[in-house]
Design a protein around this ligand. Structure first.
Ligand SMILES: [Zn+2]
Length: 758
């Protein structure tokens, strides 16, 4: 008998079983030696249609035909049909299948044709329609196969349990504090005297603060409050000195950002002198061996503990005493105690209790089905598992919540200093960006224009229209903090910041007069003065571009994929102004773009996949590598390929694994965006009465006078005037745009701007 015919017989058998009951029932039975195989589809965990669990048994033998017997029970107690089915396959073809129906010890016997060679028998359970609420368990007992009068029990180990991979229950809502929009922060240029007492820097060094503000266009200052600078050895300085500094800053019209933190109380004296770690050892971030993090001399504090309230009160007292305009929280993150995965934090008692509470609140009774543990055993795992991955996710919630607590009680802009492009999951900063007034990060370790542009693209995607502040790497961190980088490097640190419309954060290092620095200082000053003198080229800008890269922190966290895909940096000089979408803002941001490139986005929630599917059905184009969404949002393997499912339901999907080919495809689908023939990176923005094109020269050599490039049509309709602005020349210069080509453009050293006015 061929398989097709067998399948027809099988369907007939099923129908008979369900309707007429004329199958051969096994009359004997009993309870003596039953081994049980259980399939579970957990409750409150929406599963995708097609999701399936199965167990196959190898029954190869020279004998053909045979008799299959089993008993089956399922726990389904409702009237809904057609959501979950279970059945048996022989040699891969369905022999028997039925809907869940609260079967109790139902006995089934099927005789297989005598001429049929049988190699494999598979039992399975499968989701037919998307379900979200009810859970079902299906138990097979006495599954046996008889040939030539010899019966063989197939399930030999008792209580073997398989769980249908459902989705995670909905996330517990995080505290939402509306973001405060402050005009000054949107246009801030920030100066930070650091590494020395502010009083010394601002009163005793040359040039004086007033001149720095004028030369560099400074509008805000970031200060470490008294008496924390005492760690630099300035014992004799008084609080009054600090108040004098504040007065001087106010006189100059500067907004004041005060430095604080949760993890080390903003270098506060109680942390700095070790009192806190002695008095409250239970407040320290600890790895799984109980070891704390001691970077900067003392133990880092954990926001799950009383340290949160303590540092909040400390920060509130700063706001009350010194009347600032914003708070910056340094290193708002967990870390590893030893710089390896073994030292990842935090396993403190509070984190362990809070994590257990989170699991129970989010999963209800279904936690056991998901993580195969009892309630008593819910704890932060020491080794990789699904529960460990859930903990990785939860660590991000801890910092987002901590930031929300601060912002609820401090009626000022609050933002954190985070390393948002960090190489792995250790820091747990992914969820806090939407809970702060600005996104801020240090770029001291960034080398070169390509790396900075890639970081700024990511930063803008994360900031999602809020101010992105870039701490510029203008000084030689690893040589001497007061020595500036060579002019080429220092110039690019500023140019990339300006071109991506990030707010410059300038360190005092090397800005004070110093014989070794004049050329670099002049480059920095020229670029920043240009920004100050041409404010309108930086105000109310909306980035233009229809193609975006999807940045996936989940794929970094669970699959170790680079956060910035390789093709993104490769495209900086292609003429296409690529934009970015942060995975956690897909919902609000994807609609702006028509082409989305997803390189190694291995982890994606079904919710986000649904959003992408809807976007595809409205004309979007997805270019993805073949590993797209093979895992869910906490890195659990999917039983159904989302990419295949999306391909079958919604439009324009291109699967390509080669990075160069991915770049070519993006250029093809977004060709109306491409500035052809440009030797520089172009970042275009829509502004009040037209467009501005920010240009960054990535080369060490200046671009010479007389160069040209083509401007896409969409920028040129109704444009009356094209002007070229350069930091090196005082006057702007009018350009001609003949048949879409801007030509005779003056030279570009690091950076320039072209304005297209209506
Ligand atoms: Zn902790």
């Amino acid at each position: 008998m061929n398989y097709r015919l067998l399948f027809a017989v099988a369907i007939f058998s099923t129908a008979s079983f369900l309707n007429a009951g004329n199958l051969h029932w096994r009359s004997e039975g009993g309870t003596s030696d039953g081994k049980t195989l259980t399939f579970i589809s957990p409750g409150r965990t929406p599963a995708e249609p097609g999701a399936e669990v199965s167990k196959a048994f190898d029954v190869s033998s020279p004998v053909s035909g045979g008799i299959l017997r089993w008993r089956v029970s399922d726990s389904f107690d409702g009237g809904t049909c057609g959501y979950i089915v279970y059945g048996i396959k022989v040699n891969g073809d369905t022999l028997w299948q039925m809907d869940v129906c609260k079967a109790v010890n139902r006995e089934v016997k099927i005789t297989l044709p005598k001429d049929m060679q049988i190699s494999e028998i598979t039992v399975y359970a499968k989701i037919k329609k998307r379900i979200s609420n009810f859970g079902v368990s299906i138990s097979w007992q006495y599954l046996s196969f008889e040939q030539n009068g010899k019966e063989k029990t197939l399930v030999t180990s008792d209580y073997t349990k398989f769980v249908i991979q459902g989705e995670l229950p909905p996330e517990i809502e995080l505290k939402q504090i509306p973001v405060r929009k402050e005009q000054w922060l949107e246009n801030a240029v920030i100066f930070q005297p650091w590494g020395k007492y502010e009083y010394q820097i601002l009163y005793k060094e040359n040039p004086p603060l007033e001149q720095i503000c004028r030369d560099y266009g400074i509008t805000a200052i970031a200060l470490q409050p008294w008496p924390n600078f005492q760690r630099y050895g300035y014992k004799g300085v008084t609080e009054q000195d600090f108040i004098d500094v504040l007065k001087e800053c106010r006189r100059l019209g500067l907004k004041i950002i005060l430095y604080s933190s949760i993890m080390h109380q903003g270098h506060g004296p109680q942390w700095q002198n070790g009192i806190l770690e002695k008095k409250h050892p239970e407040w320290s971030q600890r790895d799984k061996y109980g070891k704390p993090i001691t970077h900067y001399g003392h133990e880092w504090l954990c926001p799950s503990t009383g340290a949160l309230e303590y540092t909040l009160e400390y920060t509130k007292s700063l706001v009350e005493s010194y009347e600032c305009d914003a708070i910056m929280l340094d290193n708002n993150e967990f870390l590893s105690s030893d710089g390896t995965g073994e030292g990842v934090t935090c396993y403190c008692d509070s984190c362990r209790a809070d994590f257990k509470d989170y699991v129970l609140r989010r999963f209800g009774d279904s936690f056991g089905d998901h993580f195969k543990i009892t309630k008593e055993d819910i704890d932060i795992p020491g080794v990789k598992s699904d529960l460990y991955n859930l903990w990785i996710h939860w660590r991000n919630i801890v910092w987002a919540d901590a930031l929300a607590v601060f912002r609820e009680q401090i009626a000022l802009p609050v933002f954190a200093n985070t390393q948002y492009r960090y190489k792995n999951f250790w820091l747990a900063t992914d969820l806090q960006y939407e809970h702060e007034e600005a996104v801020f990060s240090e770029s001291g370790s960034v080398t070169g224009p390509a790396e900075l542009s890639a970081k700024m693209l990511l930063g803008n995607a994360i900031a999602d229209d809020k101010p992105l502040i870039n701490y510029m790497g203008t000084f030689q961190k690893h040589v001497s903090p007061v020595v500036l980088r060579p002019p080429f490097e220092a110039g690019h640190a500023v140019a990339g910041t300006l071109a991506y419309n990030a707010k410059p954060w300038l360190l005092w290092h090397g800005i004070a007069e110093n014989e070794s620095n004049p050329a670099s200082r002049e480059v920095i000053r020229t670029l920043m003065k240009f920004r100050a003198d041409n404010e309108l080229l930086f105000r109310q800008l909306q980035p233009v571009g229809t193609a975006a890269v999807l940045f996936s922190p989940q794929s970094r966290n669970y699959s170790g994929k680079p956060l910035i895909p390789s093709f993104a940096a490769d495209m900086q000089l292609s003429g296409l102004p690529l934009q970015g979408v942060w995975q956690h803002s897909i919902e609000s941001r994807l609609g702006r773009y028509r082409v989305l490139a997803a390189q190694n986005v291995t982890c994606l929630s079904s919710h986000h996949a649904d959003i992408i599917s809807d976007w595809l059905s409205e004309g979007g184009v997805l270019i993805a590598t073949s590993d797209f969404a093979v895992y869910d949002e906490i890195g659990r393997a999917r039983s159904v390929s989302l990419l295949d499912k999306m391909k079958s339901t919604a439009g324009n999907i291109h699967v390509v694994d080669d990075a160069a080919e991915m770049g070519r495809l993006i250029l093809r689908f977004a060709d109306e965006d491409v500035f052809s023939g440009s030797p520089v990176e172009i970042r275009p923005y829509e502004c009040r009465n037209g467009f501005v094109l920010h240009l960054v020269n990535h080369s060490q050599k200046p671009i010479k006078d007389g160069w040209s490039f083509e401007v896409p049509k969409k920028y040129l309709s109704n444009i009356k005037k094209c002007e070229f602005f350069s930091p090196e020349t005082k006057e702007e210069l009018e350009l001609s745009a003949d048949s879409g080509r801007l030509s005779n453009i003056p030279g570009v050293k690091f950076y320039a701007v072209i304005k297209l006015s209506k």
